[in-house]
Design a protein around this ligand. Structure first.
Ligand code: RTP
Length: 155
């Protein structure tokens, strides 16, 4: 029933404009929260296109890059940091495959989305990406600390 502090990871999760406009904020937060992950940062904002381009910098050579950045900056986005053991990898599992055509029922995209260009949520794809994305979207003081005793009900 113990977990080492080193095993507690953080990941960046964003509800994209389609997820926000469709009223899926609480549904998505609920899935991460019920699993046992902790919400350590949250804000709602409409990113600029320039900011969207920084966020998706890895995809700048892809044909859908421009449209993707237009879309991410088209309306309010809920930016979050979630914390817990294995949250980077398991968060991707909760989210499901990139294309909702392939994502399993039971996953967020499998249950709630149809098309890859409107797949409602983003999650960091690895620990390094998570650190970079958290730093891009949040200042360190925007993240909370739950304290030393808060893990005992989970681990
Ligand atoms: P995300 O970064 O949003 O969590 O998605 P991902 O890792 O599962 O997928 P990635 O390959 O990094 O693509 C990022 C986002 O680009 C959009 N996309 N459109 N063929 C297309 O039109 C296409 N392919 C990808 C999706 O919104 C995807 O989430």
């Amino acid at each position: 029933s113990t977990v080492h502090a080193a095993e507690i990871e953080r990941t960046f999760i964003a509800i994209k404009p389609d997820g926000v406009q469709r009223g899926l904020i609480s549904e998505i937060i609920s899935r991460f929260e019920r699993k046992g992950y902790k919400l350590v940062a949250i804000k709602i904002l409409t990113p600029t296109k320039e900011f969207a381009m920084l966020h998706y910098d890895d995809l700048k050579e892809r044909p859908f890059f421009n449209g993707l950045c237009d879309f991410l900056s088209s309306g309010p986005v809920v930016a979050m940091v979630w914390e817990g053991q294995g949250v980077v990898k398991y968060g991707r599992k909760l989210i499901g495959a990139t294309s909702p055509h392939n994502s399993e029922p039971g996953t967020i995209r499998g249950d709630l989305a149809i098309s890859v260009g409107r797949n409602i949520i983003h999650g960091s794809d690895g620990p390094e990406t998570a650190k970079n994305e958290i730093n891009l979207w949040f200042k360190p003081e925007e993240l909370v600390d739950y304290g030393l005793d808060s893990e005992k009900w989970l681990y």
